[in-house]
Design a protein. Structure first.
Length: 321
């Protein structure tokens, strides 16, 4: 059986996901992170090892997350990742919903076609135009008809998923698709310079983490939390994939500036590097700026020093003051 766990993380606490994944790893090593707040867990081996069923293991996981991190979660249980995710979406907050394999057809009955994994708005509109607006009708349609509508491969996948079949596997230790870091202020902070200094600290951390994992990001998302616990979110796509701290800092400053905050009472900042890809697959525009090349060489030397002596071995002077 597969668990789909979505943690109910409060704003500004996305960086807690690695700690929660470690708790899951104590139950089953087959864990695939789905940042910023979810994970897939293959518990077939854990069921045999602990002698417990899926619902009992889900309850154990919820208790551990609450006890160790104070975080509740919604858990869906199914024979494959698709049904587990759909069960989690249908579950009540803080509850577990299990869909046994023999009940898959009954669980899918009556659901809109857009509820199926892999069916986006455009595909759903196309299918609805042919009267295939529910999972039942898609399941009853001949495979050849679906393939003519959406294509050979997509049609077969759609037909299988409408029958509760999902061949997707849980991939343990899969490369993360995003990284997040956060900074909270002890008191409501009105000073824009302190906001920028916190962002500089975050981008330095994210850049070092991505370079250590040989990854680059394509976009950044900034979340600002205010004194009344409301939040504002802004995203920006980078001109080119990067893990260079200076490029991340520049983009983060533009995101903050786009909010037009004027004496806003800021409680905390979260920055998320998204759409991560291996660095060797990313193209970088050659720069004719000697200062940029010099900064990258210094950055590489600082990374080697941090790897040997710890993350605080080299820090910017403005952050040490």
């Amino acid at each position: 059986m597969i668990l789909y766990v979505r943690f109910r993380l409060p704003p500004m606490h996305e960086a807690a996901l690695p700690e929660l994944l470690a708790l899951i790893g104590d139950i089953s090593p087959a864990v695939q992170a789905l940042p910023p707040d979810a994970a897939l867990v293959d518990i077939r081996g854990a069921q045999r090892y602990f002698g417990r069923d899926a619902a009992e293991l889900a309850s154990l996981l919820r208790v551990r997350a609450l006890a160790h991190c104070g975080v509740d979660c919604v858990i869906g249980v199914g024979p494959n990742p698709m049904l587990a995710k759909m069960a989690a979406r249908a579950a009540e907050p803080g509850a577990t919903l299990a869909v046994p394999e023999e009940d898959a057809a009954r669980f899918l009955r009556g659901k809109p076609v857009a509820a199926l994994e892999g069916v986006g708005p455009a595909t759903a509109r196309t299918l609805c135009g042919y009267g295939l607006d529910s999972v039942d009708r898609v399941a009853a349609a001949p495979l050849a008809v679906l393939q003519r509508i959406v294509g050979a491969r997509a049609g077969r996948e759609l037909w299988e998923r409408s029958h509760g079949i999902d061949r997707t596997a849980v991939v343990p230790n899969a490369a993360a698709r995003s990284l997040a870091a956060e900074r909270s202020f002890p008191l409501d902070e009105l000073d824009p310079e302190r906001h920028r200094r916190a962002l500089l600290s975050i981008t330095e951390e994210l850049g070092a983490r991505m370079r250590a994992e040989k990854q680059v990001c394509r976009s950044l998302t900034l979340v600002v939390r205010y004194a009344d616990r409301s939040t504002t979110t802004r995203s920006r796509t980078l001109r080119e994939p990067s893990a260079h701290s200076a490029a991340l800092t520049s983009a983060a400053y533009r995101l903050l500036g786009s909010l037009g905050l004027q004496r806003a009472r800021v409680r905390g900042l979260t920055l998320r590097a998204e759409d991560l890809t291996p660095a060797e697959r990313a193209a970088r525009q050659l720069s004719l700026d000697p200062e940029d090349e010099r900064a990258r060489r210094i950055e590489a030397v600082a990374d080697r020093a941090r790897a040997r002596f710890g993350p605080k071995a080299v820090i910017r002077g403005s952050l040490a003051a």
